[in-house]
Design a binder for this molecule. Structure first.
Ligand code: C2E
Ligand code: CA
Ligand code: CA
Length: 563
């Protein structure tokens, strides 16, 4: 892992060790055009310089006969040091005997005194440096075969190596990802996919040559570049896209870029890579943005989310997660009648205050924790229905939200049945709201799960109907017991005639399926009347009540009982 190539824009360093000033001057003059040249007058001085590790040395030019510590002794000391031993050494001597001895001590090459022609010396130095750099690269098998870029492991190690010696430089970590890369493979074949990847690698190597940055490829279609802060990334992206259009015009490649600018040196390289990738993945599928920067806002959000993830178990144990209930009323009679309620989670966080589900449900859906949370809510809700039933003799069925991930939980049905029996409930007293988007996922499995639940007597409501995914076709194959019209229909209903027609259409569909419609988000009497006239059955919304904690919900039960 000791490729001593200087990639951060600095020139390579060479150390000349000779006790004679005239020799140091000749060689120094010769080499300083291409290299940063340092001098030592004997082996001891040289060793001190090397061990200080202020620079990464690409080459040592070593005289053998010197006072204090001679060249042989220095060779031995270097050979014994794990880091230093990878620096190639050219020995300068006039004696054949000495050559053999120094070979045994690991010298890479010789320059005979008196000195050759300058061109020869220069060429030898260059060749030895190159050889050494290539050798160390090959040694760790750190290259990606397809593109010739580094592997991520090596890339990370390399960054660390550079950082060790140049910690003061301001650096960026950038990542490029190909949007829908698998589609390119599927539509145009793997060889076209490979062509795209190679092309990106070539272009990156042109834009960021070895003095500008180091590059790697990983996970098929992610490319990382570590480079000096200050790059114009808009321009970089444009150059990449133009290059791709030129060379692989048929594949219509779209790229996403994530940049973590001016990386925080308190963190490690792996963190920088993660941050660039986080930024990049945030804009996945967002056609309006192609570059995302990791900034403080990102960091704060990630920190906040991490806290929520860490705190969920504690929250469940200490009842900081509270289930609220929002009533649903039947409206077709003369007076509205309490029909059921929806269980909606609230988080009363001891430090962060009240957190709305919009802040944590999507997060927990993305990492699977939602299953834990949902099961907690189901349990609470079932217990609550049982309690109300015993206390007031009135059944208020509660519907709970079932996330798309819950559907694939093998014990879903058993869990629900357990909940009913342990709380003395009938099967229709716990209802399940399944969001419309879940229906698009895996229709066969979903139909199966729902049919089983329904044959056990559970009621299934399709939540957020009309918010996007479901096809009418699916509605006829999936058995449901009620349709919850998405709130946006109610929002728009009074805006124009077309929106009102949509509401009527949803009501018609439900009539055709012979299931009741629940209108969600009803806030005004006017909305209620418009819906009632058009045959809508059930209303849920602020008009009747916001979601409230269970102790406040009892007022609706008492009212219903005329108490
Ligand atoms: P949802 O299932 O569509 O729930 C209805 C949301 O609309 C609730 O927001 C409710 O407070 C709000 N709402 C009801 N009536 C009105 C109204 O008249 N006006 C307005 N402006 N809003 C109204 P909430 O409680 O913030 O929940 C948001 C979403 O979070 C829910 O949407 C649901 O998808 C999810 N969620 C809440 N609790 C749970 C849960 O226990 N499990 C799961 N998986 N998701 C939950
Ligand atoms: Ca719901
Ligand atoms: Ca809804």
């Amino acid at each position: 892992m000791h490729s001593y190539r200087e990639t951060s824009g600095l020139r390579r360093h060479i150390l000349i060790v000779d006790d004679e000033l005239i020799n140091r001057e000749i060689l120094g003059n010769l080499l300083q055009q291409d290299y940063e040249v340092h001098f030592a007058e004997n082996g001891k001085q040289a060793l001190d310089i090397l061990l200080k590790r202020e620079h990464i040395y690409s080459l040592v030019l070593l005289d053998l006969l010197m006072p204090v510590m001679d060249g042989f002794e220095l060779l031995e000391k270097i050979k014994a040091d794990d880091v230093l031993k990878t620096i190639p050494i050219i020995v300068m001597t006039s004696e054949k005997d000495a050559e053999v001895r120094s070979i045994k001590l690991g010298a890479a090459d010789f320059i005979t005194k008196p000195y050759d022609m300058p061109e020869v010396i220069l060429a030898r130095c260059e060749r030895i440096i190159e050889l050494q750099e290539d050798k160390s690269l090959i040694r760790a098998a750190e290259k990606d075969h397809l593109t010739g870029l580094y592997t991520k492991d090596f890339f990370t190690q390399y960054i660390k190596q550079i950082e060790k010696y140049n910690p003061e430089n301001h650096m960026d970590l950038m990542v490029i990802n190909v949007e829908h890369f698998h589609l390119i493979n599927e539509l145009y074949g793997r060889s076209e996919g490979d062509k795209v990847l190679k092309c990106i690698a070539d272009l990156l190597s042109q834009i960021f040559d070895d003095t500008q940055g180091i590059r790697c490829r990983t996970e098929a279609d992610y490319f990382y570049v570590y480079s000096k802060n200050g790059t114009d990334y808009d321009k970089t992206l444009l150059t990449l896209l133009e290059g791709l259009t030129d060379r692989v015009p048929d594949s219509h490649v779209r790229l996403r870029m994530g940049v973590y600018p001016d990386v925080d040196k308190e963190l490690i390289a792996e963190n920088w890579i993660d941050r660039a990738k986080t930024a990049c993945d945030r804009i996945r599928g967002d056609y309006s943005r192609h570059i995302a920067y990791y900034n403080n806002e990102f960091y704060e959000k990630a920190k906040y989310q991490e806290k929520l993830i860490n705190d969920i178990d504690k929250a469940i144990l200490s009842k900081d997660l509270i289930v609220y209930y929002q009533p649903k009323y039947s409206i077709q009679g003369d007076t509205p009648k309490l029909r059921s309620a929806e269980a909606l989670i609230r988080w009363k966080h001891p430090e962060l205050g009240m957190i709305s589900p919009g802040d944590f449900i999507p997060l927990f859906e993305s990492n699977g924790l939602i299953q834990k949370l949902d099961r907690y809510v189901w349990k609470e809700a079932a217990r609550q229905v049982g309690e109300w039933k015993r206390e007031y003799g009135l059944s208020v069925p509660v519907s709970v939200n079932v996330s798309r991930m819950d559907i694939y939980y093998p014990k879903l049905r058993d869990d629900f049945i357990d909940l009913l029996s342990s709380n003395g409930l009938e099967n229709n007293e716990l209802m399940l709201e399944i969001t419309e988007s879940a229906y698009a996922d895996n229709a066969d499995q979903l139909v199966n799960v729902i049919e089983n639940l329904r044959s056990d007597g559970f009621m299934i409501e399709m939540d957020d109907f009309g918010s996007g995914y479901s096809s009418l076709n699916m509605l006829t194959t999936i058995p449901i017991d009620a349709l919850k019209m998405d709130m946006k229909f109610i929002r728009n209903m009074q805006k124009d005639e077309k929106s009102m027609k949509l509401v009527e259409l949803v009501l018609d569909i439900a009539k055709f399926l012979q299931v009741p419609v629940i209108a969600e988000g009803v806030e005004t009497e006017e909305q209620l009347m418009l819906l009632k006239e058009r045959g809508c059955d059930i209303i849920q919304g602020y008009y009747f009540s916001k979601p409230v904690p269970p102790e406040d919900f009892t007022q609706f039960i008492k009212k219903e009982l005329g108490q």
